[in-house]
Design a protein. Structure first.
Length: 744
């Protein structure tokens, strides 16, 4: 066995050429040197285009370089996604890279409990020694990882392949569980593959746009711009318990009771059937299960739906009429649907609507899940967590054989079962089965549901490694080892956006100190673990992209027609699929299912349904309010680790935590606008400024997820099919804060 320092030198010499001449000698130089991370830009003073690293819209940004480094940016004008626009986060994308709390060197927790700087080789050695010791003592399954939808696909694939095929870890999941698991499972069950079918131009071509549980104006403002470009004077229906910015701009807002959607949409389906507003030809040729669906929805009368939702029967009938008589109806959903204990069946109710009315595969139509993070789609296909690389199944021996053959590894290295889900991994820690955890590019201690439990669970670990851009995240603060990562703009790779468009990101800034691209960290770890041979072909992100192409061959997400990064650049991103030989495209925006063929063996889509269930935590006289959570502003990103670092963005959102409540409730409870209140659930407390507003209904509160303690309140309930947390419903109470509450 080689000494760690020798291993390091070997590994470093193998690193990605574009990372620069990264040698062991350079690594030993003091922080701030930037360890050879030369910028990608070939021309020192030029403009280069890269996709944004925040949301899944995937806007093209033009980076303006001086001496090879980005000194500013502007939105790309010739990019079909954003045609010259960006939201505040995009405009400010370079600022968080310069923050003072960037992780610049590895940190390790010493005997006195403090995180102290440590050389990279010592950090790698600690990772290997501690995780191997845990695995030897407690079995391979005693180490797990939690990943992300915010690093490039090439990095996700490297992480998933190293952890599963190299370290022998079986359980790895990611923050996409918190976000897209429901849509992924719903599509897979109904369409036979996780395949959002649309292109953004569908927003522009619909005559009826239905947005369910989506606050597009705030969460995807550039997609809202596509809606605004629609020349057909579309009906815009928003289904949301809050009168959001998007609802205010709708032609019809159905302000339903939280979590009553399933009953609503079954009643809509029933109404369509009773009126004959169906596409019988499409149903017969391309779907299965219609008779069963019709029987299931028969009892869902307008009266029953009105009772459950609090909506007028007329309004529900109007929604059915719009969907039933519209020519090009598109149905879109986001977290108001996915983050629910019955999210999968609700997403499928929306898919059923599109299918039975033949609103799929044509311009302006579709059952369209809008993704959240910049690369949630890459994570869904290539992170090797729930599905095997390329959207395959771990439990299928043929799939395992194919992947083993493509990667040139022994099939025994591929686990024959999928990973436990995020919540089950944390349960595993609680049960003492999982002792070591590696968290990459997600901030569990802030974003996971029922935060007190989550933090307690993380503290029980024998060894917690956190790989992040910043040392100050709630999760990094409880780590035993922090690995400093380069962020967006400091490395290259690809992201897949909501409309399946693969876009390129580029290295235009030096990472600070000794921070390394996640890809390089995974490569070093693979060498240090002693499995570097498995990854000889994985020399740099573009080489991995070529491997991903092979992994996609023959799959619905086949991208063998994309030659290389240069082609992605030239075409301003390319949607999957693009099979070999298909590389001359008639148009840049394409949708799936134009031929009505779905990915099940019989080519038909399944119409799936289930009985609505009661909410997991109903309100009581003691906890009489329903708490809703979600995005608060276009300038805040999730747990704020990046957006809080921009002075410009900080001016665009309330810096203090706040809670929206109805003016009626505020008056009844003697709560003054702007005063401090305490929101309490059975699990924790949240101190916030009261913001009385008609956006929320009496009996409901809304708290943006961006503030550190929002998830103290949430109730851990999960969808049984997708295991996605039901973040958007729990029982709370609210009262004015007293002096004694100052420290909450
Ligand atoms: N500025 C900004 N943009 C972002 C993000 C960010 O953090 N900041 N995050 C990105 C990510 S990862 C994601 S996943 C997306 C999320 O994007 P969205 O899902 O659009 O955002 P949310 O605010 O989480 O939830 C949307 C709406 O669901 C509603 N809702 C709650 N309960 C129900 C219900 O029972 N039924 C219905 N019909 N609606 C309900 C809420 O009132 C809310 O208005 O945003 C992405 N874009
Ligand atoms: N109550 C409530 N909770 C929610 C939600 C809600 O609606 N309500 N929404 C959920 C949803 S949809 C989501 S997606 C999650 C998001 O939850 P998180 O994933 O926890 O949120 P982020 O703040 O985006 O965390 C990403 C982390 O990765 C780091 N990072 C960024 N880029 C890189 C990189 O290139 N490399 C490395 N190594 N690190 C990097 C950032 O500094 C940050 O610490 O929150 C979920 N939590
Ligand atoms: S809309 Fe999303 S992708 Fe576009 S600039 Fe804003 S954060 Fe970036
Ligand atoms: Mo998300």
């Amino acid at each position: 066995m080689k000494a760690p320092r020798e291993l390091m030198a070997d590994a470093l010499s193998l690193l990605h050429q574009k990372e620069g001449p990264l040698t062991a000698e350079l690594l030993r130089k003091p922080a701030g040197f930037g360890i050879g991370q030369v910028p990608l830009a070939k021309q020192p003073d030029a403009t280069t285009t890269a996709v944004c690293g925040f949301c899944s819209t995937g806007c093209g940004l033009e980076l303006h370089l001086k001496d090879g480094e980005a000194i500013g940016l502007s939105p790309a004008r010739d990019y079909s996604v954003n045609f010259g626009m960006a939201c505040p986060k995009g405009w400010e994308a370079l600022t968080p890279l310069k923050a003072k709390d960037r992780a610049t060197v590895p940190l390790i927790r010493n005997e006195r409990g403090a995180l102290v700087p440590v050389a990279w080789d010592r950090a790698l050695e600690a990772f290997v020694r501690r995780f191997k010791a845990i695995q030897e003592k407690h079995g391979k399954d005693s180490v797990a990882w939690l990943g992300t939808g915010q690093i490039p696909t090439e990095e996700l694939a490297m992480l998933g392949a190293f952890a599963k095929f190299g370290m022998g870890v079986v359980h790895g999941d990611g923050n996409t569980r918190q976000c897209m698991a429901t849509a992924a499972v719903a599509y897979k069950q109904a369409f036979g593959f996780d395949a959002p079918p649309y292109a953004y131009e569908d927003f522009e071509q619909s005559d009826v746009i239905v947005l369910v549980g989506s606050n597009l104006c705030i969460a995807h403002p550039i997609l809202w711009e596509h809606v605004c470009r629609n020349p057909h004077q579309p009906e815009i229906v928003v289904v949301d318990p809050r009168r959001t910015e998007t609802a205010m701009n709708a032609t019809l807002h159905l302000q339903l009771a939280p979590k009553s959607d399933l009953t609503l949409f079954y009643a809509v389906i029933q109404h369509l059937i009773s009126r004959g507003w169906l596409d019988r030809e499409f149903i017969d040729a391309h779907t299965s299960g219609f008779e069963e669906l019709a029987r299931h929805v028969a009892p869902f009368t307008l009266a029953r739906a009105a009772e459950a939702t609090g909506l007028a029967q007329d309004a529900i009938a109007r929604l059915a009429q719009l969907i039933g008589t519209g020519k090009r109806v598109s149905i879109w959903w986001t977290m108001g649907v996915n983050q629910s204990y019955e999210g999968v069946r609700l997403a499928q109710a929306l898919m059923n609507l599109a299918l039975i009315t033949g609103n799929i595969g044509r311009p302006g139509t579709g059952a369209n899940s809008i993704t959240g993070q910049c690369n949630a789609m890459g994570s869904r296909l290539f992170s090797n967590t729930t599905s095997l690389l390329g959207g395959r199944d771990f439990s299928n021996p043929e799939h395992r054989a194919t992947v083993a053959q493509i990667l040139g590894i022994s099939q025994e290295r591929i686990p024959d079962r999928p990973s436990l889900a995020y919540d089950q991994i944390l349960e595993g820690v609680l049960a003492g089965k999982i002792k070591g955890l590696w968290i990459v590019a997600t901030n569990t201690a802030h974003s996971w549901i029922n935060q007190n439990d989550a933090v307690d669970i993380l503290k029980r670990l024998d060894f917690l490694v956190v790989q992040d851009m910043y040392t100050t995240t709630e999760t990094a603060r409880v780590a035993h080892l922090v690995l400093p990562a380069a962020g967006w703009g400091e490395k290259e790779g690809t992201f897949i956006n909501s409309e399946r468009r693969i876009g390129l990101l580029k290295k235009v800034v030096r990472a600070p100190g000794e921070a390394l691209a996640d890809f390089s960290i995974f490569k070093l770890l693979a060498e240090a673990w002693g499995v570097g041979d498995l990854f000889r072909r994985w020399t740099d992100p573009e080489a991995v992209f070529q491997i991903l192409k092979e992994l996609s061959r023959g799959q619905p997400c086949d991208i063998t027609g994309i030659e290389d990064y240069a082609m992605l650049d030239d075409r301003r991103g390319i949607q999957w699929p693009l099979r070999a030989g298909e590389n001359v495209l008639p148009q840049s925006q394409r949708r799936l299912f134009a031929d009505g063929r779905f990915f099940h063996a019989d080519g038909k889509a399944r119409l799936l349904f289930d009985a609505p269930r009661p909410v997991p935590e109903a309100t009581t006289p003691e906890y009489p309010f329903v708490l809703l959570t979600g995005r608060g502003s276009s300038s805040q990103w999730h747990t704020g680790t990046r957006t809080e670092k921009s002075a410009v963005l900080r001016r665009l959102y309330p810096n203090e935590p706040y809670v929206e409540l109805s003016p009626t409730d505020a008056e009844r409870l003697s709560i003054q606008p702007g005063s401090w209140v305490i929101v309490e659930s059975r699990r924790g407390q949240f101190r916030a400024r009261a913001h009385p507003t008609h956006v929320v209904r009496p009996g409901q509160l809304f708290v943006p997820m961006h503030y550190a303690k929002a998830n103290q309140l949430t109730f851990p309930a999960f969808d049984p099919h997708s295991r996605q947390p039901s973040y958007k419903h729990c029982a709370v109470r609210v009262r004015p804060a007293e002096a004694a509450d100052q420290l909450v």
